[in-house]
Design a protein around this ligand. Structure first.
Ligand code: AMP
Length: 429
């Protein structure tokens, strides 16, 4: 029989690596709390229409990367539905905002999420079909200040703080403004006109994009197309006064806070819902897939999904790529072996139950305990203990009756007799 394996583009995360994942998630939660964000958990699958409308039919994600299926009706009262594993989480958050009428509170909603996302991309280092994102969104009615450039600057400052606290050295923040929907429409026309003169010399993807979504031409990575793209008009030239002032206020606040950034007029991002501020943080150590995180403002998304006006801004960090970056930086240190405080070794199967009681006692006092098995010979218990714990506690009939336990500390080789009542304190030392 052929052996079953994790599906291409998915993988198992195992200890000790998962300790690093947990540390990153805990740091993110702690930073988000300081900025007064609360956690949202949306379903892993949603109605396909949410992504078609929210992310955009013409994006690579919706046109070729989604895991979509017809979910059969199980009863007469049910309808067959087209469902999709979420390829990103912003659309789900905005759907929840609308569904639960969070805008009615009149307050800004500051929400973060941590969880898996799914895209049928070509797997490679740093790119998976099931990957994990840590993201956050700030959205609300305009009266709550959701359109303010201060929200953009605060989100970017928070990200700089998070990456610094995680110890990610050498990140670069790329910043751009794609303007309002009207600015983008104007730029699309300008771009279409400019492209019509040169597109015949470009790759087939660009020829298609020039017609369907000219902005996407700026994402093209084909080397031969680069000089042509560099010569195209830039979006900054199509921003109206309000969009220009908004962007200037974002950069002024970042300058004041000392958050460094690089202006990148080709950064238009792969999703259709972005307006005004767009950004990406990259890291040189990641190779071809060098984007650590991306995000931007999405002032019209709620209306696109049938909701009230709810301007917002958010980001999604590639957790897998944070882990890769930190592993490369920390080397061996990233995976310190987990070692228990003690290994309880029952001397014979008749002492198994008593060993469970002893382990329970110590664990309740906060100690990390590995429990052996009375079926092991003493030599085997010692070998197992040496690999998993700092000390071994032998529990035989004599120890059980006298209440005096024998503890051996591996680092010194010293064997000590310790009364049961003092064991927890001894093990903590
Ligand atoms: P996006 O939702 O496309 O803006 O992506 C946000 C971030 O998620 C990117 O900057 C990456 O760090 C990460 N990401 C996106 N797609 C993948 C993938 N297939 N595998 C791993 N990380 C990804």
């Amino acid at each position: 029989m052929s052996t079953l394996k994790a599906v291409r583009g998915t993988r198992d995360l195992l200890p000790p690596e998962t300790a690093l994942w947990n540390r990153i998630e805990a740091t993110a939660r702690a930073v988000f709390a300081r900025y007064n964000f609360g956690e949202i958990r949306t379903p892993v699958f949603e109605d396909t229409a949410l992504f078609a409308r929210g992310v955009g039919e013409e994006t690579d994600i919706v046109s070729k990367e989604m895991y979509t299926w017809e979910d059969r009706a199980r009863a007469q009262s049910e309808k067959t539905q087209s469902l999709t594993l979420r390829p990103e989480n912003t659309a789900g958050v905005v759907r929840a905002y609308i569904e639960h009428q969070l805008g009615e509170t009149g307050q800004l909603q500051k929400l973060y999420y941590i969880g898996p996302q799914f895209r049928r991309e070509r797997p490679q280092k740093g790119r998976y079909r099931q990957f994990y994102q840590i993201g956050a969104e700030v959205l609300g009615p305009p009266s709550a200040g959701s359109e303010s450039p201060l929200r953009d600057a605060e989100i970017l400052e928070m990200l700089a703080t998070l990456l610094d606290e995680l110890g990610i050295a050498g990140w670069t923040l790329h910043l751009n403004s794609v303007g309002s929907a009207a600015d983008r429409a104007r730029y699309n026309d300008t771009l279409r006109a400019a492209l019509s003169l040169v597109v015949s010399q470009m790759c087939v993807d660009c020829q298609r994009r020039a017609v369907t979504n000219p902005l996407r031409v700026l994402d093209c990575k084909v080397p031969a197309d680069q000089p042509i793209i560099e010569a195209l008009p830039v979006i900054a030239g199509s921003l109206d006064e309000a969009s220009q002032a908004h962007f200037a206020a974002v950069t002024a606040a970042l300058d004041a806070a000392g958050v460094p950034y690089t202006l990148n007029h080709r950064l238009v991002r792969g999703l259709d819902y972005y307006t005004r501020t767009t950004f990406e943080f990259t890291h040189g150590g990641l190779g071809a897939q060098n984007a650590l995180l991306g995000g931007g403002r999405y002032d019209g998304l709620s209306e696109m999904l049938g909701g009230p006006k709810a301007p917002g801004i958010g980001f999604a960090i590639g957790l897998d790529r944070l882990v890769l970056t930190l592993q490369a930086q920390l080397g061996q240190e990233s995976a310190p072996p987990q070692v228990a405080d003690a290994f309880v070794a029952p001397l014979g199967e008749s002492l198994n139950a008593a060993s469970l009681v002893l382990a329970r006692e110590l664990r309740h006092k906060g100690l990390w305990i590995e429990l052996g098995d009375g079926g092991f010979r003493l030599k085997k218990s010692f070998e197992a203990a040496d690999k998993t714990a700092r000390r071994i506690i032998i529990l035989g009939e004599d120890e059980l009756q006298s209440g005096i336990l024998t503890v051996k500390t591996f680092s010194t080789g010293i064997q000590t007799k310790v009364p049961r009542a003092e064991l927890a304190v001894f093990l903590s030392s």
